[in-house]
Write a protein that binds this ligand. Structure first.
Ligand SMILES: *Cc1c(COP(=O)(O)O)cnc(C)c1O
Length: 431
């Protein structure tokens, strides 16, 4: 199985966290998102362990909300000592409602509205990561009007593109996020930020990409950022004390993915950081990480009911399910690959190759193509694995499909953490 929390029971049914997925489908209906609480907690602890072992605990792990934002998930990560990052007023609101302490929240966004900035300031969010000069100016005014001094970090484009196989260190000026390093823009932004009376510039931030499978792009980003902090100290006489290295560690979506475990990635980053600090005689900064996918991605799966199988001779076989791009748009968006299996036939070999089609009125509404699967029949339960991140958070009401329910399993028990939307929910704002 893809992850160790997935097992097959004596009836040949797929289990997650010790719970039979076919029973979950029966009692909660489909489509259904399922999250394994213990695995999420273990992932949180894994990050924290490395920070404490390798870096004396001088850091904060901020779970990246955009991977999956709902109240219970904030409660779980908060109880493990994590903070969170948010990228909108909606995520901030949800985190605060769940009781996430504001000082552990990092506010992101390349185009934050004044009301979002006001909300962050009025709740005393721990750090606001500023993306551009107009935002710095607006934030200073908003903080001043509130009589507050706000902790600010600056989002830097470190010039590392980790999305290619052999990552490259140029060509990243063309991004809508942050201040470019190569052009001197980053240095100017530090200078500007340091002059605003209501802003307290605490450090720098970068995020080099997502689903990154190797350690070196991260280690290189740490070195590049520390060199910039050293340059800031030399040229402006300002010693920044915090470095936020964003998220990005990859997970196993299919058996072909072989990501470095995130523990190894964080270890490599911290080793690189300590090395460069020694080399430059720079005080080791407080570090922040913002993992999203690597906390929740592998801990989730989605259950569907097979509605029909459509064999197009010599072309392909469609297995049609009762969900699709409305609950998982990632294949439609970027052809992301997943593993799937028939939950009630999990012990049998996957000896057919199929295209999984959704219920939405789009030919591109697929969960995947050319996927190995057990022989599917009507009413089978299809499980798509590793859907914990960027599925529910990207779900829509396309075709006015209600958003699916989320259940959390733990030690053989399951509980609903987000209710299934009703048709009444869908029209509640219609006049
Ligand atoms: C997307 C994002 C993250 C989380 O990325 P993952 O790949 O899910 O770990 C963290 N920080 C920022 C700024 C992001 O944009």
């Amino acid at each position: 199985m893809l992850t160790p929390n997935l097992t097959v029971n004596a009836s040949g049914h797929l289990c997650i966290g010790g719970v039979d997925t076919t029973m979950l489908a029966k009692t909660h209906g489909t489509p259904l998102y399922v999250l394994d609480e213990n695995m999420i907690r273990e992932n949180c602890r894994g990050f924290e362990r490395v920070i404490s072992e390798e870096y004396g605990g001088k850091g904060l792990i901020c779970y990246a909300s955009k991977a999956l934002s709902c109240k219970e998930l904030y409660r779980v990560v908060d109880s493990e000592g994590l903070g969170c990052d948010v990228v909108s007023g909606g995520e901030l609101y949800t985190a605060l409602q769940a009781g996430m302490p504001a000082e552990k929240i990092v506010m992101h966004g390349n185009s934050k509205s004044n009301s979002e900035l006001q909300m962050a300031v009025s709740h005393d969010v721990g750090r606001i990561v500023c993306d551009n000069l107009p935002e710095l100016k607006r934030l200073d005014q908003i903080a001043g009007a509130a009589g507050k001094t706000v902790n600010v970090m600056l989002r830097i484009k470190p010039g590392i593109d980790a999305h290619t196989h052999d990552f490259v260190k140029t060509g990243q000026i063309d991004s809508k996020f942050g201040f470019a390093l190569e052009t001197g823009e980053a240095m100017q932004a530090v200078k500007a930020a340091s002059l605003y009376p209501n802003l307290r510039l605490v450090g720098l931030h970068c995020h080099i990409g997502s689903q990154i499978l190797d350690t070196e792009p991260f280690a290189e980003a740490a070195r590049v950022m520390l060199r910039l902090m050293n340059q800031v100290r030399a040229e402006l006489g300002i010693t920044l004390t915090e470095l936020n290295l964003g998220g990005g560690p990859g997970i196993r979506y299919t058996e072909h993915d072989d990501p470095k475990p995130f523990g190894e990635i964080v270890r490599a980053i911290l080793a690189a950081l300590k090395g460069i600090c020694t080399e430059l005689d720079f005080p080791e900064p407080f570090v922040l990480f913002e993992p999203g996918r690597s906390i929740v991605g592998g801990a989730g799966l989605t259950l569907y009911t097979v509605m029909a199988k459509k064999v197009i001779p010599n072309i392909r076989t469609y297995v049609l399910v009762d969900g699709g791009m409305c609950d998982n748009p990632r294949y439609a968006l970027y052809h992301s690959e997943y593993e799937a299996l028939i939950a009630n036939k999990a012990g049998q070999p996957r000896d057919e190759r199929v295209t999984i089609g959704g219920k939405c009125c789009e030919s591109g509404d697929l969960i995947g193509e050319d996927m190995p699967l057990q022989a599917a029949e009507e009413d089978d339960i299809l499980a798509v694995l590793a859907t914990g991140a960027y599925n529910y958070s990207m779900a829509s009401n396309y075709n006015r499909n209600p958003r699916a329910e989320i259940v959390m399993v733990r030690d053989g028990e399951a509980r609903t953490i987000v209710k299934r939307e009703t048709y009444a929910d869908i029209i509640q704002n219609d006049l």
